[in-house]
Every structure is written in structure tokens, then in C-alpha cells.
Ligand binder design. Structure first.
Ligand SMILES: Nc1ncnc2c1ncn2[C@@H]1O[C@H](COP(=O)(O)OP(=O)(O)OP(=O)(O)O)[C@@H](O)[C@H]1O
Ligand SMILES: [Mg+2]
Length: 337
């Protein structure tokens, strides 16, 4: 296991008192060379998790382990090593790439900062190699970010992320700011790069169709907590949490052999400042029962297998005791294939 996130929490104190529980006890694991996708509505805490992974925020609680080591225990050198191995690509390359720097400098900067530039010839060779990997011509080195299209700019951002030969890239909505017509090109590029270099990705995405085809495992977040996670084929094929079912039902599904699941998300997502009691989803859940308002459900394995990789969901309808008491109901909304 390359990355292990355990009971991760990030609370932000807000003016006027109170805490925004942006991330409130999230666990997941990412294997080397694999893609883990994080999905969920706006404000559920996805970017905060990305920022925690990139050490841009300090967790309020929980742990991030990389290669088995708790990153909070890393010394200065350890942090530098971690930053080299864990890179980022953000949604909008126009704001993540310094507009005053030519591509040559944008790509050389991370190498020089880590003392890995080598001599002039080695650096030049590496820069050309990076451009080739992302499908840009050598002439791109002498241009500024604004001289490229959005898709090309995102290719530059990917090249920059690859410069230090990382083992993990955190991608926060890498295609959302791009024209629909070129999203697939960037997704294919990312998939090719992953195959060539054995890279792991944590990808945050709104486009569920993209996630389904691109990721090996997925985590569905709701208001700072994980509602369901597991192998993509299990989560997409037999979603068990009512929120996942609603999310899949509301997403456009181009595949007619893959009809939308039952359910519709009604109402507004609650506030991370004062999340609903019990199950955070209960005010919007079509299956809510009295205990859903009282007790927070825990992530429960749906199948056997490795704890980190198992299909899990947090819903009282899936609790064993309730399953016994209300077989009809459980059968109704969580059919087994
Ligand atoms: N620095 C901060 N101070 C206070 N609250 C914050 C801060 N950063 C994020 N939040 C809050 O934390 C919650 C989660 O935000 P986050 O940006 O992680 O969500 P997201 O899932 O990435 O949403 P989106 O899909 O819109 O990008 C939100 O309620 C947000 O307002
Ligand atoms: Mg975000």
C-alpha cells in the first residue's frame, strides 16, 4: 500500500465561533500504480483532503501514511522527499502556472529547487523529454502559458508534476475547467502516463463517467465523511449507500446498458458548520429511519477481503441487526446482483 489515510480530520475555526468540519474522519488507501477517485457534491471536503495530502494544511486529527510512514513524523529532509514523490495537478492551469514564466522555467523550477537539474545538457534533455511525454513540441519551451490553449496548458501542468518522477499525483478536478471536447484527451494522457510510469493517482472529479473508467477504487464523500468506498466496479455496479445510489441516478449515463440507479437527491446539502445529527445524509435520505437521526453509522464491509480494499458503506440499513429486523426494506433498496 502506497498511501493510507486513517480517520483524517480537518476542522476550520470560523469567525463568530464554531468549527467547519470540512473533513471529519475519512479513511482510504491507495495502492502503488492505482487510481483512487474521490467524488461527492460541492463542499463535501474533497479539496481539503487534497491540500492535507500535499501538506498545505495540517490535519486536526488522524494520520496520513506514505510508504508506511506517518507523514506528521517526517523531519525537514523527510518532508522534502515526500514533496518530491507527491505532486499535484489542479483544476485551472491558468492560475496554477505562473504567467510570467516561460515553459522552460516552469518545468525546470521543480528540478532546480530539488537540486536535480544536472548540467545544462542533462536539463535540456529532461525538459524535452517531459514535453514529449505530454505531447507538446520542443518549441513550447520558449513560450508563455497564455500562448497555449486550455488543454495544452493542462499538459504543461502535468509535465511540471512529472518533472521530479513522483510516485503519486493528486489531481483536483483536472478536466473540469477544460472544453468538453478535449477532456477525453487529457484523461487518456493521464492513463497512458500512469501505465508508463506506474504512478498512483488520487483524483477528485465531478464527472462520474470519467471516474468509473479511470479509477480502480472510489470513495464517495458526504459532508466531510465517507459514505461508501471500494473497488470501482463494486461501488458503481452495486452501490449500497442511498447517497451513492442517488448520485449515480442523477449523473448522466451515456451507456444504455447501465441504467441509472433508483433515487434522486432532494434538498440542499447540509452545513459542515453544523452537520445533521446521526447520519449526515438522513435529512435527504428517502429511506431514513428514526435511528438515522440519532446514531452515526460506521463504515461496514459489504464483502470479505482486505480491509483497506473492501467495498464498504456507512448506512444503518446495512447494519446486521437492522437487516434482520427489516429484511424487506433492505432487500428493496440494496439488491444483490
Ligand atoms: N480555509 C478554510 N476556512 C474555513 N472553511 C473552509 C476552508 N477551506 C474549506 N472550507 C470549508 O470546508 C468545506 C469543504 O470544502 P472543500 O473545498 O474541501 O470542498 P470540495 O469538496 O472541494 O468542494 P468543490 O466540489 O466545490 O470543490 C466547505 O464547507 C468549505 O467552505
Ligand atoms: Mg474542491
Amino acid at each position: 500500500m502506497l498511501l493510507e489515510v486513517q480517520d483524517l480530520k480537518k476542522h476550520f475555526a470560523v469567525r463568530g465561533g464554531g468549527n467547519v468540519r470540512a473533513v471529519d474522519g475519512v479513511s482510504f488507501a491507495v495502492d502503488a500504480g492505482q487510481t483512487f477517485a474521490l467524488v461527492g457534491e460541492s463542499g463535501c471536503g474533497k479539496t481539503t483532503i487534497a491540500r492535507l495530502l500535499l501538506l498545505l494544511e495540517k490535519p486536526t486529527g488522524g494520520a496520513i501514511r506514505f510508504d508506511g510512514q506517518d507523514v506528521s513524523t517526517l523531519d525537514r529532509k523527510g518532508v522534502q522527499g515526500y514533496r518530491r514523490q507527491v505532486q499535484a495537478v489542479f483544476q485551472d492551469p491558468s492560475s496554477s502556472l505562473n504567467p510570467r514564466l516561460k515553459v522552460r522555467m516552469l518545468l525546470a523550477e521543480p528540478l532546480l529547487a530539488h537540486g536535480l537539474g544536472g548540467d545544462r545538457t542533462a536539463l535540456q534533455r529532461r525538459l524535452l523529454e517531459l514535453l514529449e511525454i505530454v505531447g507538446l513540441p520542443p518549441g513550447a519551451l520558449e513560450l508563455y502559458p497564455h500562448e497555449f490553449s486550455g488543454g495544452q496548458r493542462q499538459r504543461i501542468a502535468v509535465a511540471r508534476a512529472l518533472a521530479l518522477q513522483p510516485r503519486l499525483i493528486v489531481l483536483d478536478e483536472p478536466t473540469s475547467a477544460l472544453d468538453v471536447s478535449i477532456r477525453a484527451q487529457i484523461v487518456n494522457l493521464l492513463a497512458d502516463i500512469q501505465r508508463s510510469f506506474g504512478l498512483a493517482y488520487v483524483v477528485i472529479a465531478h464527472d462520474l463517467a470519467l471516474v468509473e473508467h479511470f479509477s480502480s477504487a472510489v470513495g464517495v464523500m458526504y459532508l466531510g465523511a465517507m459514505a461508501e468506498s471500494g473497488p470501482s466496479e463494486a461501488v458503481f455496479g452495486t452501490p449500497r449507500h442511498p447517497y451513492t445510489q442517488a448520485l449515480l441516478g442523477s449523473a448522466p449515463r451515456p451507456d444504455p446498458d447501465h441504467p441509472p440507479a433508483e433515487g434522486l437527491i432532494v434538498g440542499e446539502i447540509g452545513s459542515a458548520l453544523a452537520p445533521p445529527s446521526g447520519c449526515r445524509f438522513h435529512p435527504r435520505c428517502p429511506h431514513a429511519m428514526p435511528q438515522c437521526a440519532q446514531q452515526e453509522p460506521v463504515m461496514r464491509p459489504m464483502t470479505g477481503g482486505d480491509a483497506g480494499r473492501a467495498h464498504r458503506a456507512a448506512c444503518h440499513l446495512l447494519d446486521e441487526g437492522l437487516a434482520m429486523a427489516g429484511v424487506e426494506r433492505v432487500k428493496d433498496f440494496a439488491p444483490t446482483p
